[in-house]
Design a protein around this ligand. Structure first.
Ligand code: SAM
Ligand code: SF4
Length: 331
């Protein structure tokens, strides 16, 4: 459906849990956040029902995220149920990849349309510093298993300024190493500018233009790729000799709000119409009080109509600004 500014909203990111098996420094504190009670998060039946209503309103793409979605029990069942919803054309997943290799055949069998794997460093020490867990090898295995089963994979790497020191790589080398994954593997590597949300506020972002300089110095000219990829805000470049492309999602330096096509559903059933603001609507209350489909649809419609024009991450923060963390919103 169209929002008040004429943007076509056809994509929903659904967070299925606020729990996670990592503690990325820009996303969660070391001892975790206060977990929600299980009864506070939407059940699979509730999520599938909302997906049916979304689909009837013109939503075509669903991405399952978290927290870490693979830690929620029976997640494959949910993926299969959403895949079966009439009108939903693609169901994808965003994961940190830690549990991927053990679940990869089930994911393939669920007919998943793609997996985005978050990976901030290929250096064991740096990875352990950034995620607070020493499990880089498991993630690499997950990536290679997914590729072996020909599941479309994209790598997401956060563009964050230096964390160098104590055996940790500087940002430039970290970025170069992750980009190099796309040399031999047919998968795109995307750099996502760190946004000042939750625990991310304490770090600076590394702008796209600086990353391009870092990469072209090592790998040669980045050539703009016109071919559109997926249904998101990423734009892509090719590098000579690389099997995969290099992408950028640059909410800070190249704001893309005028083409935003998405809304987000938190694990508690709150529909957020913009990443930055708390503006949205509580669907859980209506779902649990015998609300009819038409009533839920009306709430969704109003939330989409009220979608803010743009984020103001680089400007003064307003009362409505987001105060929770990315693990609760789902990225
Ligand atoms: N746990 C899964 C994962 O890490 O892929 C899914 C949820 S995680 C919140 C989704 C994505 O958000 C990850 O790629 C993570 O790097 C990114 N992210 C977290 N905090 C961020 C921030 N402040 N700015 C930009 N991206 C962020
Ligand atoms: Fe967990 Fe993903 Fe947040 Fe890292 S970015 S702490 S993996 S939810």
């Amino acid at each position: 459906m169209l929002d008040a500014l004429g943007r076509e909203i056809d994509y929903v990111r659904i967070s299925v849990t606020d729990r996670c098996n990592l503690r990325c420094i820009y996303c969660m504190p070391e001892d975790g956040i206060q977990m929600m009670r299980h009864e506070d998060i939407l059940t699979y039946d509730e999520i599938v029902r909302v997906c049916r209503i979304f689909a009837a309103m013109g939503i075509k793409y669903i991405r399952i995220t978290g927290g870490e979605p693979l830690v929620r029990r029976d997640i494959i069942r949910l993926l299969k149920s959403i895949k079966a919803v009439k009108g939903i054309e693609k169901v994808t997943l965003t994961t940190n990849g830690v549990l991927l290799s053990g679940m990869i055949q089930d994911l393939k069998d669920s007919d998943i349309d793609g997996i985005n794997i978050s990976l901030d460093s290929l250096d064991r020490e740096t990875y352990a510093h950034m995620t607070r867990y020493d499990c880089l090898q498991q993630v690499i295995e997950g990536i290679d298993e997914a590729l072996r089963l020909q599941i479309p994979v994209k790598i997401n790497c956060v563009s964050m300024r230096d964390q160098a020191g104590n055996g940790v790589l500087d940002a430039a080398e970290r970025i170069r190493q992750v980009a190099e994954l796309a040399r031999d593997r047919k998968m795109d590597v995307r750099f996502i500018e760190l946004m000042p949300i939750g625990y991310g506020k304490q770090y600076g972002y590394l702008p796209e233009d600086e990353i391009k300089d870092i990469l072209s110095e090592r790998f040669g000219i980045l050539t703009e790729d016109d071919e559109s990829r997926g249904n998101g805000p990423g734009h892509y470049y090719t590098l000579a000799g690389f099997a995969g492309k290099i992408g950028f999602i640059s909410a800070m330096s190249h704001q893309f709000c005028q083409t935003c096509n998405r809304v987000r559903l938190t694990s508690q059933g709150y529909l957020k119409s913009c990443l930055q603001y708390n503006i949205g609507t509580d669907l859980r209350e209506k779902l649990r009080s015998n609300g009819r489909d038409e009533e839920i649809e009306a709430l969704i419609r109003q939330a989409i109509l009220d979608k803010p024009e743009k984020h103001q991450f680089r400007e003064a923060v307003t009362d409505q600004a987001e105060r929770s963390c990315m693990s609760q919103i789902g990225g």
